[in-house]
Write a protein that binds this ligand. Structure first.
Ligand code: G3I
Length: 365
């Protein structure tokens, strides 16, 4: 009898030791949420082959970092440029990924011609609505059934909860928000539609985003999800406020997505992600140009664990966690808000290795 128990215990121990650990991020999180990354043009065309291979191996979702923004995809009123976006979608289809289009309506990187007529005057409300409809219908229509989700409107609300004064708000008025979602749904009735923004744990912004979701739903419009960009630093956002926002958005009956996750390892100069808000170079704000000291690395690792564990705790609400880039080397945070910094915000290091803190999640039971 004793021998039988001993045999059983040994077998159980051996099973536990040989239990297969995940070898990729998408395997590790396959029961939790899509794990994604933003792709830049060198990765899309496999010019940066090493990073393209990391994307194909580790991620189950991709989003276009820049190539689908209006200044890139619709550079002139009567000219579109789809080469990069076509290659992006083809890459995602080749690897069976969830493909997100970013972004249909955004004040930044807005094609310069968009709000102006040929004489350089602001166009009429009717003309701006016509341009908005034509842009959305053309871009969404081209990828109908292939791009599964769209960041329809990006960063339309300020941290104080007011609407950002953009050419869309100025010329069309608040109705541009519902028009954007309506046009996107008409162009692809199957596609998921999202509102996407940064600093989404700011209480005033949270309240306004909740109101936006309610307003769109009250008008019978489709909105499937709210994108919390997740641009973070070592000292922001407050974890409790971030969790409150996850719960508040989910309570509106929409998916929550972490859409642009990175954690700056450097001293915070600016919170959020206001791309136009930059500062000139200051050596003191670039302390790890030659590499991160061990204690700084462990502090960053702990920050990653805090938020990744929060995402896993709420995996019933969170459908996707997307890093805003593949390796530290190509992160936008090496140049924002201060050009020329050496930052360490992403899941892979400059040698294309998965960081140890993320290895811990491969080995989760
Ligand atoms: O492609 C041109 C290249 O031809 C030119 O030589 C070079 C120098 O001028 O610029 C290149 O374009 C740059 C582009 O990134 C591609 O590298 C733009 O100047 C630069 O402004 C653009 O920055 C992007 C930024 O959005 C503005 O579009 C960042 O890569 C991108 O990470 C960042 O992403 C945004 C999200 O879309 C929205 N949420 C905030 C997030 C961070 O700002």
């Amino acid at each position: 009898m004793k021998q039988t128990w001993l045999l059983l215990a040994t077998a159980a121990m051996l099973t536990a030791c040989t239990e297969k650990h995940a070898t990729t991020l998408k395997e590790a999180f396959q029961h939790d949420f899509y794990i994604g990354t933003a792709m830049n043009v060198p990765q899309i065309f496999e010019i940066d082959k090493a990073e393209s291979d990391l994307v194909a191996t580790h991620f189950s979702a991709i989003v276009a970092e820049n190539c689908m923004k209006s200044e890139e995809i619709h550079p002139e009123k009567d000219r579109y440029f789809f080469d990069e976006a076509d290659a992006f979608v083809a890459f995602g289809e080749k690897h069976g990924m969830f493909i997100t289009g970013h972004t249909l309506v955004w004040h930044s990187q807005l094609a310069p011609w968009f709000p102006y007529d040929e004489a350089g005057n602001k166009v009429s409300r009717e003309e701006m609505i016509a341009r908005l409809k034509e842009h959305i219908s053309t871009v969404v229509g081209r990828y109908k059934g292939r791009i599964k989700g769209w960041d329809v409107v990006n960063e339309a609300i300020l941290d104080d909860g007011s609407l950002r004064m953009t050419p869309f708000l100025e010329i069309i008025g608040e109705e541009y928000l519902e028009l954007a979602f309506r046009f996107a749904h008409e162009a692809d009735p199957e596609a998921e539609l999202y509102y996407n923004d940064y600093s989404m744990s700011s209480p005033a912004k949270r309240e306004r985003v909740v109101q936006l979701v309610r307003d769109l739903k009250a008008k019978g419009l489709r909105i499937d999800g709210v994108g919390m960009q997740g641009h973070m630093g070592m000292d922001y956002p407050d974890v409790a406020e971030f969790e409150k926002s996850i719960e508040a958005y989910a309570a509106e009956g929409v998916k929550v997505m972490i859409t642009e996750w990175d954690i700056s390892a450097l001293p915070t100069i600016r919170q959020g992600a206001e791309i136009s808000d930059t500062v000139s170079y200051m050596q003191a704000m670039n302390p790890y140009a030659e590499g991160m000291p061990a204690e700084a690395e462990e502090a960053w690792n702990e920050r990653v664990r805090t938020f990744m564990d929060l995402f896993l705790k709420h995996s019933d609400k969170i459908s996707r966690v997307t890093a805003w880039g593949v390796t530290d080397r190509t992160s936008w945070l090496n140049n924002w808000p201060m050009p020329g910094r050496t930052n360490y915000p992403l899941l892979f290091d400059r040698e294309n290795n998965l960081k140890p803190v993320m290895q811990e999640y491969l080995n989760r039971k």
